[in-house]
Structures are given as structure tokens and as C-alpha cells.
Ligand binder design. Structure first.
Ligand SMILES: *Cc1c(COP(=O)(O)O)cnc(C)c1O
Length: 441
């Protein structure tokens, strides 16, 4: 070892961690996270990739590399034009929902009556808000997600040895390889498939109903469309079969929406006679991940009392966000779904103009989509800024990451799901990305 060998000057981890900057960071991020960063810097020092004179300098290098928060989840700008982007966390929460989550973060009366000092019904505020939003429902139950809602309803209504009757045209895969038939049979419930992929008639159902039938299930095939020679049986006809009817509407529309005429909604399914209706909380409802079950009071109570319900229940943060979403101002997705094409064009024009001195930017027609496996046939007319494809990676790797859409050799920056006050952030990201690539004009 010579006197200039870097290993001789590597300070001890504890000495670096004693630095006031890192002590402050530890209170925000925790000791393990800060120590990981310091260890990384010290390793590079030993390897000779870095040089630092003393513990203070090492601490300064480490401080620059500290994460901004204690979660590795990174907030991104969704410039894909996909409103409910599953990989980007589906529905973004409203400010009201976020405020509610913050308010509920400590000790809260989630299951406690402040007036009497006694135990109270868990999540009653969220349940009341959902009942007000769907007056046709006698009762509501909130579980972990749409899949959990479906699982609980079919399992409890069917019981051991019973069968769920479902059309072959509705045996859907909901994404990432998960299939509803596998989900339902995973608890030991048997499925009785009727009809064919494209056509199922009422007689197909009546032919199999017997004393093993626990319920009939109708699933909205939300992520694909079958066209041509097709038929399915409507909710009202299935409700007349005289057995409990579970309707999975999927996306969480509580009432009909003229923008999405093919999307079934909870209210209409209940009015048509469904025993219970299930849906997700973080699709078209625009709230936190949750599964909602609406229906007759006695049936919902049975579901709520089943042991499985305890394994599927949601936490106080979800209940807070859900109540604020249902009762509060429209969720961000409501605006993203309905933003006027003209206004998108205007914002695209401003964005393109602000970056044209550094890169090739063109305004192109670009349809947004609902996403999240919902409303596959619906195009949301709009515009995007097309830039060279090579920008898509530096945009993604920037701070904040901007996730755009690559289409036919171009990178499309769609502002539909970008809050308007973040347009300037996107412009700055484009300039930075252009500087990182030779593709800039
Ligand atoms: C999305 C969806 C589900 C699953 O809901 P999650 O909230 O993702 O668990 C089930 N059924 C239908 C019809 C859906 O669209």
C-alpha cells in the first residue's frame, strides 16, 4: 500500500453517519436507507471510482444521492393518454381524497363512536356516502378490490358443493394472467359454464339450474369486444330465474354515463333485479383500490359476516379516500375522460412552440383511451405532440419521469392525463431529454 492508496483514506461508516445532514435525513428516511447510500459511496471510494478527503466530504456525496422520500414508489407524469393506466396505479386520487388520507393517518374513529365512547361500525362514513350515491342499494360492503368482491359474493352465495352458473362468453382474463374462472374455483366453488363464446341464451341457463345452483353470475367482459353473431342474456331476464344473481360490472360506474354507453353501471343492474352488484373502486369511480358490493341488506350482511370478509377488508386510509372520492368534487379521471379536444390542441400547440427551438415537435391527432380494462371500444378524441422516438427513454429517466407513448416510430406526448399546471414541467422535461439525445433537431 502506498500513502496515496484510496483505501487508507476511507472513513468509517459511523463517522460519516454522524454528519448532521445525514442525521437529519435519517429522521426522514430511516437509518437503513441512509446507511445503504453511505455504504455505496464508501464502496466506490474503495474501488477508486470516487475520491473524498474525509468523512465530511463522503457525507456530502451521500447527501446528494439520498432518495427524496422513504418509499421507492416514484411519482410519474402520465403522458400516455391512457386514463386508467394499470402499470401507473390506475386512478389518481383527488385532492379531497388525498386530504382525507392525511387526516386518517393517525388514530381515527374508524371503528369508534366518539359520542358514546363505544365501538362503532367500521367505515360507516364511506358506506353512507356509497348508499347516498346508489339509493337503489339497501346495503354496501367494501373489500380489497374488485376480484375480492366477486370472490366473496360467489363463494358465500354458493356454499360448499354448490355451483356458480356463468356464460362461456364471460369467462374473462382480467390481466397479468389472472382469470376470473380460476379465481372463483380457487375457493372450492364449482363453475357451471353455459352457452358458447359468442352466444348464450336464457334456455342455456334454465337447462342447468338445479338444487346445486348457488347463484348465477354475470360478468361484464370489460376488456374486449365480441362483434358479429353474438348474444347474451340481460340482467333482468337472469334475475327472473329465481336464483341469486351476482353481477360484476367491473369498472365502478355508479350510474349510467352518456360518454360510455356500453359500460354497465351499478344502479341499472340493481334496478334490473341483481341480488348483488360488484365493481372496482379505482377504475371509473376514480378512487383508491377497493372492491364494492351493493345489494339487498340481508345478503350483504351475510357476506360481511363470512370469515373470508375479514381477510378481504380494507384499511382506514382506503375508507377515507373512498368516502372523499364518492362525496367530494369530481375525481381527476372525470376531467381526463372529458377534456375537450380543442383545449388539448391549444395546450399541445403551446408545448410544441415552447420546445421547437431544440427539437422536432409536431402536433398530431391522438385518441386517448379509458384503459384499466374498461370501455375498449371507446376513443377519446384529442391531440398529442409527436417528437422523435429516441426521446422516450430520456423522458422516462428524467425527474420527474414522463411516460409517453411510442407509436409508429414516434414518441407521442399526450397531455390528456397531465394536470394543466404541469404542462411547464413536461416542456422542461422535453428540453432536458432533447439535450440528452442526438435526435433533437
Ligand atoms: C377490473 C375487473 C375486475 C377486477 O377488479 P380489480 O379491482 O382489478 O380486482 C373484475 N371484473 C371485471 C369485469 C373487471 O373489469
Amino acid at each position: 500500500m502506498t500513502s496515496t492508496d484510496p483505501r487508507r483514506t476511507v472513513p468509517r461508516t459511523d463517522a460519516v453517519l454522524a454528519d448532521p445532514r445525514l442525521q437529519r435525513a435519517m429522521r426522514q428516511l430511516g437509518r437503513p436507507a441512509v446507511k445503504r447510500v453511505v455504504t455505496g459511496v464508501l464502496d466506490e471510494l474503495r474501488g477508486g471510482q470516487l475520491s473524498a478527503a474525509d468523512a465530511g466530504e463522503v457525507a456530502a456525496l451521500a447527501a446528494e444521492r439520498l432518495p427524496v422520500s422513504a418509499t421507492s414508489l416514484t411519482s410519474v407524469i402520465n403522458a400516455t393518454g391512457v386514463v386508467l393506466h394499470t402499470n401507473l396505479g390506475r386512478a389518481p386520487l383527488s385532492q379531497a381524497a388525498l386530504d382525507a388520507v392525511v387526516a386518517a393517518h393517525g388514530y381515527v374513529d374508524v371503528e369508534y363512536d366518539i359520542a358514546t365512547g363505544r365501538r362503532a361500525k367500521r367505515g360507516r362514513g364511506a358506506l353512507a356516502a356509497l348508499r347516498r350515491a346508489v339509493p337503489d342499494a339497501e346495503a354496501v360492503l367494501v373489500v380489497n378490490n374488485g376480484a375480492a368482491a366477486l370472490l366473496l359474493a360467489t363463494t358465500v352465495l354458493t356454499g360448499a358443493g354448490g355451483e356458480v352458473v356463468v356464460s362461456r362468453g364471460e369467462m374473462v382474463e382480467i390481466g397479468d394472467g389472472f382469470r376470473l374462472p380460476d379465481l372463483i374455483t380457487s375457493t372450492g366453488t364449482r363453475l357451471r359454464e353455459v352457452g358458447t363464446t359468442n352466444r348464450t341464451k336464457l334456455a342455456d341457463y334454465t337447462a342447468v339450474l338445479d338444487d346445486r345452483t348457488g347463484c348465477v353470475l354475470k360478468v361484464h367482459p370489460s376488456n374486449f369486444r365480441v362483434e358479429g353473431f353474438t348474444s347474451s342474456v340481460d340482467v333482468a331476464s337472469l334475475a327472473d330465474l329465481g336464483v341469486p344473481l351476482v353481477v360484476d360490472v367491473g369498472s365502478g360506474l355508479l350510474r349510467p354515463d352518456p360518454l360510455l354507453p356500453d359500460e354497465p353501471d351499478v344502479t341499472s343492474a340493481l334496478r334490473a333485479g341483481a341480488t348483488v352488484v360488484t365493481c372496482s373502486g379505482d377504475k371509473l369511480l376514480g378512487g383508491p383500490q377497493a372492491g364494492l358490493i351493493f345489494g339487498a341488506a340481508d345478503v350483504v350482511e351475510r357476506l360481511a359476516r363470512h370469515p373470508m370478509a375479514r381477510a378481504l377488508r380494507v384499511d382506514k386510509l382506503t375508507l377515507a379516500a373512498l368516502e372523499a372520492t364518492v362525496d367530494g368534487p369530481p375525481a381527476p379521471i372525470a376531467q381526463y375522460l372529458t377534456v375537450a379536444a380543442d383545449s388539448l390542441h391549444e395546450r399541445c400547440a403551446a408545448l410544441a412552440a415552447s420546445v421547437r427551438d431544440v427539437l422536432d415537435a409536431e402536433i398530431v391527432a391522438s385518441d386517448g383511451v379509458v384503459g384499466g380494462g374498461g370501455a375498449p371500444g371507446v376513443a377519446l378524441p384529442g391531440w398529442a405532440v409527436a417528437v422523435p422516438e429516441a426521446l422516450s427513454e430520456p423522458l422516462r429517466l428524467g425527474t420527474p419521469p414522463v411516460v409517453a407513448r411510442v407509436e409508429r416510430g414516434r414518441c407521442l406526448v399526450d397531455l390528456r392525463c397531465v394536470p394543466e399546471d404541469s404542462d411547464a414541467v413536461v416542456a422542461a422535461a422535453l428540453r432536458t431529454a432533447a439535450a440528452h439525445t442526438t435526435a433533437g433537431a
